[in-house]
Design a protein around this ligand. Structure first.
Ligand code: BES
Ligand code: ZN
Length: 619
């Protein structure tokens, strides 16, 4: 009895104490950075949690429902969301319908959706429907899937497309948790960047929880006839039935990758790491949606040769998803760090030489990108100024490969041990927050450079064009061998048959093809294909670089034109297809490009369509 009384007393005291502290607690007004790609004014009112209740309609090819936000409110007049090509039907504040306004439509940003609130407002609900202009969504017909039986839906949020399927404060610095109820046709499975079901149920109703605050661009949904296969208790793959075993084989090292990543930079923060392999129209290689990476089927090579993509998306679980670029001008903080981390994971699993081959491929990409931007040097700065532009325009290999080169040069300068301590602490101290370039540089200066008395030209790397002189040289012994063979081939001291008999791995073959001399004769080029049969390559990366060279060398034998045509008709991965259309354009074959594109365009996601439309100046 006494114990009970005492406990009751204790509870009461606790209650009083906690009430009085909440009363005293003052709301600290946040200081979000200025993001020119969002209309939201988070310093006035900001969404903290999203309850998403939606229905996916495959007949109408749309999504409809309600987004309900729990908000924090500092000024008490209005809250502003981003919306693009959405049909807004109703807005309520704490259950009462209010009069909202939609601002002028900007072709890139969409519209500001302003909802009046008062100082005490807590919950804002928006009822809406997507339209056929909704860029994030791609509804696929069964013919575009692997099994060819059921339709498919995928979303792509990065950079500013989440606002095209959910009205939201669409700035990467506005982190929020979310729960979702999603109704889909009952023969399909829905999965999100959240806690996921592992199998279909009878009614097609699925519920999701993302309990850690994430950026809006990381909200993602895929709906299709998918199955799950576990790799380890915390890793596994989703794919269509006909693909699942191949996918499971390809990504068998996923748990090892998570382990290696954790040993480098601390515990994996998201519990589960799964990958869903999507139909080939998915516009990216991979997308790091938390707990559920989205991936292109073009990396399912059968020999695990392209799995660095998984290491890359996994690395984003730290660089990007845990510590997030505050605005798209800081995109290199996401991608440069991720490429560096990707290389470290690959090195841990497969050794230094393998990582050096990957890094060398990136180094050549960087040289080519800098050449592309020779008339636009400011585009080669790490920190960008994308005001008034589509942030997509800043998403080239500068952020990735110059970002990587910066961090690798820093590593060599300070030593790996210090670099690793620094990075581990950086992720740990800044977990679940956002980072501007300026804040990072401050942090780097105080925590690494000054502490160790090291001079490093950070500003030069970040705010100037091109590659600074202190950049480290990236070398691979295996690539050196390839370069020697190319020289011999050019001189005629080695035959095509011999070249093809060399026991080169996929990266070496890629390096070889990419470095075929510009002036090689058509005769030699033809002999090469006769011997190595690159035109029939099944590895998508090899095929892509070979097709590019075929176009460059005006090569038409071995049915290569048909293969290029088929490739462009099925694959929608932007990097691959834009490389090929660009090659057509560069080689005065714009008509060929347009002829293929006209047929292929309906198969592509809007992200790819926007890029190719601009490149070919059509539509
Ligand atoms: N986050 C990116 C994809 C992205 C970037 C989407 C910008 C939208 C805007 C992803 O992590 C990525 O970098 N994917 C690469 C693969 C990687 C191995 C370099 C890709 O898609 O090719
Ligand atoms: Zn990335």
């Amino acid at each position: 009895m006494n114990i009970l009384k005492n406990t009751a007393f204790l509870l009461l005291t606790l209650l009083i104490v906690s009430c009085s502290t909440t009363k005293k607690e003052k709301k600290t007004i946040p200081t979000y950075a200025n993001d020119t790609h969002s209309y939201a004014k988070p310093n006035e009112a900001v969404a903290k949690h999203l309850q998403l209740d939606i229905n996916v309609n495959f007949d109408k090819k749309n999504i409809s429902g309600t987004a309900t936000y729990t908000i924090e409110n500092y000024v008490g007049t209005e809250i502003v969301f981003d919306a693009k090509n959405l049909k807004i039907q109703k807005a309520t504040v704490d259950g009462n319908e209010v009069k909202y306004t939609l601002g002028a439509n900007d072709a890139v940003l969409g519209q500001a959706l302003t909802i009046p609130i008062s100082a005490s407002s807590k919950e804002v609900a928006i009822t809406y429907e997507t339209t056929d202009k909704t860029e994030a969504l791609q509804f696929l017909n069964p013919q575009q899937t692997a099994d060819k039986e059921h339709p498919f839906l995928l979303t792509q949020g990065q950079a500013i497309l989440t606002r095209t399927w959910i009205p939201i404060q669409d700035s990467p610095q506005i982190r929020l948790t979310y729960n979702a109820n999603v109704q889909v046709p009952k023969d399909l499975l829905a999965i999100m960047s959240a806690e996921n079901p592992k199998a279909k149920n009878e009614n097609g109703q699925y519920s999701f929880k993302m309990k850690q605050p994430i950026s809006p661009y990381l909200i993602a949904l895929a709906v299709g006839d998918l199955v799950y296969k576990e790799i380890s208790p915390r890793t596994g793959v989703y794919a269509e039935k006909s693909m699942i075993d191949k996918v499971h084989y390809e990504f068998a090292d996923m748990e090892k990758m998570v382990n290696a990543a954790e040993s480098l930079y601390g515990a994996y923060a998201w519990d589960q790491f799964d990958v869903v392999v999507l139909p080939p129209s998915f516009p990216f290689g991979g997308m790091e949606n938390p707990r559920l990476t989205f991936a292109t089927p073009t990396v399912i090579a059968g020999d695990r040769s392209l799995t660095s993509l998984v290491a890359h998306e996994l690395a984003h679980s730290w660089s990007g998803n845990l510590v997030t670029n505050a605005t798209w001008n800081d995109f290199w903080l996401n991608e440069g760090f991720t490429v560096y981390f990707e290389m470290r994971i690959m090195e841990a699993l497969y050794g230094k030489e393998y990582a050096n081959m990957l890094a060398s491929i990136g180094r050549q990409d960087l040289a080519e990108e800098i050449e592309n931007f020779k008339n636009q040097p400011e585009a080669t700065h790490l920190k960008l100024d994308l005001k008034g532009k589509n942030p997509d325009d800043g998403m080239n290999s500068i952020a990735y490969d110059k970002g990587y080169l910066f961090l690798r040069t820093l590593e060599v300068t300070v030593g790996r041990a210090k670099m690793d301590v620094f990075l581990k602490e950086y992720f740990n101290k800044n977990a679940f927050s956002t980072m501007t370039t300026e804040k990072f540089i401050d942090y780097l200066n105080t925590e690494l450079l000054q502490k160790n008395n090291i001079d490093f030209n950070v500003d030069n790397w970040v705010y100037k064009a091109g590659i600074p002189k202190n950049a480290v040289k990236i070398q691979s012994d295996k690539f050196q061998k390839v370069e020697e063979a190319i020289e011999q081939w050019e001189k005629g001291t080695i035959k095509e048959e011999e070249l093809c008999k060399k026991n080169w791995n996929i990266q070496q073959k890629i390096h070889f093809i990419r470095n075929i001399p510009v002036g090689i004769s058509l005769e030699k080029f033809t002999k090469l294909d006769t011997a190595c049969n690159f035109s029939n390559a099944t590895n998508s990366y090899i095929a892509m670089v070979w097709f590019e060279q075929a176009i460059n060398h005006d090569y038409h034998a071995n049915n290569v034109d048909t293969h290029i045509d088929n490739f462009l008709m099925t694959v929608g991965r932007r990097w691959y297809v834009s490389t090929l259309y660009k090659a057509f354009k560069r080689n005065n074959r714009l008509e060929d490009a347009k002829r293929i594109y006209e047929k292929a365009r309906p198969n592509y996601h809007s992200v790819t369509v926007n890029t190719i439309d601009a490149m070919l100046e059509v539509y």
